[in-house]
Each structure stands twice: as structure tokens, then as C-alpha cells.
Design a protein around this ligand. Structure first.
Ligand code: PEP
Ligand code: MN
Length: 361
């Protein structure tokens, strides 16, 4: 057989490939029709008896050269793909889904943005403790050209006897410190009753891990005109996390930032287990910006730099980290907040890594 002949046969093979493609897509159309009927009548999509009948029909009619086993294997893959197409068709399409909006959501705060391929670092103390402490942290954050200051005013503490935050007074301090340093203010709200007032003082309303499924709070935050930073719950699956974001967007607020902050596992080496692949999964499934909180996920200062590098390398839109002028005297998370020299090291290592596309432009 000459080379010319091979080319001719290859042309025929290409034509057959296209024909097979046309036929399996035609089959998929029929499968979709069946899926609609099954869905309407509540019948389960997978039908083992029907599959067996189809495989038997193939076996009975096989004239080779493929062995029946091989053919059945190929057809089982086609059946499986058909089932998947039926499942996809009936999954509700969420407003936060990439299927609803293919472009990334980018949230603008004047000259600073979150999302859209630039990374932001949100830094500041765990809690607002005093004006002096917060203002000192704000100046430090500003020193590196950062744009966002965090600081908790309503602290969700494990023990009711621990420092609960300064409340409204804390929000006022945070706002003042942020304004004096030209920063945007980020703080957690734990109760529906404080949402309206808090939103007057904040640029970003944070909903913490412990409230990720506080559906009233999510819905109310969805009615605010401010961006919401939603943290993943301690034991929440990615799917549950996405549904929580849907609660917010379903009320009209599409300015949502997701934040992976580690989940509870059996591992004790870190405070929580940073689920780093949640970042690309969330970015693939939703159009929302995704941050990683390196402080609460690791709970270890020695892991902040590697965790932040990993977060950015894997596609996060930014990092959250805690910094305090005197962590030893901090009223919460004393062991895991960076002091200013550690923060300087953190910033310089991140900058030197070349991963950070923008701190400021
Ligand atoms: C926080 O960011 O202050 C905080 C309490 O984090 P989380 O909700 O992730 O525990
Ligand atoms: Mn903290």
C-alpha cells in the first residue's frame, strides 16, 4: 500500500469520526428529551435494566472486528456521558455560576479593585481594640501601598467570656483610622440588627465562617448596597459555600467576594486545613473574586508566606492576613497575628516572589 493510499484512508477515517460525532450528538439530543420527561415525572435518570437491554442489543448485532467487550465499554462511556448531560440540564443554574455570567465579577472601590486578575492584600488586626492600635496598624498597611484595612468590631468568639469586640465604637474607630490613612474598611457583622448601621461605616461587610449559613444575615446582606466578603464555613462544602453566596446575590447584591479560610479536619498541625484547591474550583464554578485568609486557615505565623504564595499561584484574587502593633497584648488571636517587622518580612517575601501582580498601580 502506498503512502498516498494511507492518506486517502485517513481522509475516510476523518469523515467517519465526524459522522460518529454527529450521531452521538444526535443521540444526546434524544437523551435530553428523555431526561426532560423523566424529570417531569420524577423517574430516576439511571435505569440499569434499560442499559442492560442496550448492551445486549449491541452484543447481538456485533459483526466485528471489535470484540463485544470492547464495544460495550465504548458504549457504556456514551451512556455515562448521556446521563451527565441529563444531570447538567436539570441542575438549577445559579446566579453566581459561570454559566450565568462568563466574565469575572470585578468590584471597584474608586481606584482599587478586587478581582480581574490583580491581587489585593487585606490586612489589619483581628479586632479593633483602640484608636491608637487600629491607627498604627492602618499606617503600617498603607506603608506598603495596600488599600484595605480589616479589623473586627463584632467578634464571634468561642467563649462568651472572651473579648467580644467594641461594637459600634469599634466600627467608628476603624472608619476613622481607615480614612486617615486613605484605606477602605473591612469588618465582620454578626447580626442582622447591626447590618444597616455597620454598612454606613464600612466599604466591605464581612460575613464570617460561623455565619456562613445564617440565612437571614445572608439575605439581609443581599439587600445592602455594599460589597460582601463571605467566608467559608468551618465545615462547609464548596457547594454549600456557593449556595450561601447565592442567598446574597438572590436579593440583588452581586458584589460578593468569597474567602477560603480553612476547614475543620482531623489534622492538628494547623488551626484549620487550608483547602487550596477550593480557589480554582470556586473560580471555575462561579464568577466571583476569591480570596484566601492565610491567618485563620493556618493559625501559624511560619506558614503565612508559603500559604499566601500558594494562594496567589493557584489563582486567588488576594489574601487576607492579620497584623497588630503588639500581638502579645492582643485581645484575640494573639498567637497568630504578625507584628510590624513580621509584616514587613511577609510583604517583602511576597513582592520578591514576583507572584503579586499588584499591590498598587
Ligand atoms: C475574622 O476574619 O476575623 C474571623 C473571625 O475569621 P473567620 O470567620 O474566618 O473565623
Ligand atoms: Mn482573628
Amino acid at each position: 500500500m502506498s503512502l498516498n493510499n494511507i492518506d486517502k484512508i485517513r481522509d475516510d477515517v476523518d469523515k467517519i469520526n465526524l459522522e460518529i460525532m454527529r450521531l452521538i450528538n444526535k443521540r444526546a439530543n434524544l437523551v435530553q428529551k428523555i431526561g426532560k420527561v423523566k424529570n417531569a415525572s420524577g423517574i430516576s435518570r439511571f435505569d440499569a435494566v434499560r442499559e442492560r437491554e442496550m448492551l445486549d442489543l449491541i452484543a447481538a448485532n456485533n459483526q466485528g472486528p471489535f470484540a463485544t467487550n470492547a464495544l460495550q465499554h465504548i458504549f457504556k462511556e456514551i451512556f455515562k456521558a448521556g446521563l451527565e448531560i441529563q444531570e447538567d440540564d436539570h441542575k438549577e443554574v445559579l446566579l453566581v455560576s459561570r454559566r450565568t455570567q462568563s466574565e469575572d465579577t470585578v468590584i471597584s472601590f474608586g481606584s482599587s479593585i478586587i478581582g480581574g486578575g490583580r491581587q489585593q492584600i487585606i490586612a489589619g488586626p483581628c479586632a479593633v481594640e483602640s484608636y491608637e492600635q487600629t491607627a498604627a496598624a492602618a499606617k503600617e498597611v498603607k506603608k506598603y501601598g495596600l488599600s484595605f484595612l480589616r479589623g473586627g468590631a463584632y467578634k464571634p468568639r468561642t467563649s462568651p467570656y472572651d473579648f467580644q469586640g467594641l461594637g459600634l465604637e469599634g466600627l467608628k474607630i476603624l472608619r476613622r483610622a481607615a480614612d486617615e490613612s486613605g484605606l477602605k474598611a473591612v469588618s465582620e457583622v454578626v447580626s442582622v440588627k447591626d447590618l444597616e448601621t455597620a454598612s454606613e461605616y464600612l466599604d466591605i461587610i464581612q460575613i464570617g465562617a460561623r455565619n456562613m449559613q445564617n440565612f437571614d444575615l445572608l439575605k439581609e446582606a443581599g439587600r445592602m448596597k455594599k460589597p460582601v466578603l463571605l467566608k467559608r464555613g468551618l465545615s462547609a462544602t464548596i457547594e454549600e459555600f456557593i449556595y450561601s453566596a447565592e442567598y446574597i446575590i438572590s436579593q440583588g447584591n452581586s458584589q460578593i467576594i468569597l474567602c477560603e479560610r480553612g476547614i475543620r479536619t482531623y489534622e492538628r498541625a494547623t488551626r484549620n486545613t487550608l483547602d487550596i484547591t477550593a480557589v480554582p474550583i470556586l473560580k471555575k464554578e462561579t464568577h466571583l473574586p476569591v480570596l484566601v485568609d492565610v491567618t485563620h486557615s493556618t493559625g501559624r505565623k511560619d506558614l503565612l508566606v508559603p500559604a499566601a504564595k500558594a494562594a496567589i499561584a493557584i489563582g486567588a484574587d488576594g489574601v487576607m492576613a492579620e497584623v497588630h502593633p503588639d500581638p502579645a497584648s492582643a485581645l484575640s488571636d494573639s498567637a497568630q497575628q504578625m507584628d510590624f517587622s513580621e509584616f514587613e518580612e511577609f510583604m517583602s517575601e511576597l513582592t520578591a516572589s514576583g507572584l503579586l501582580k499588584t499591590v498598587k498601580e
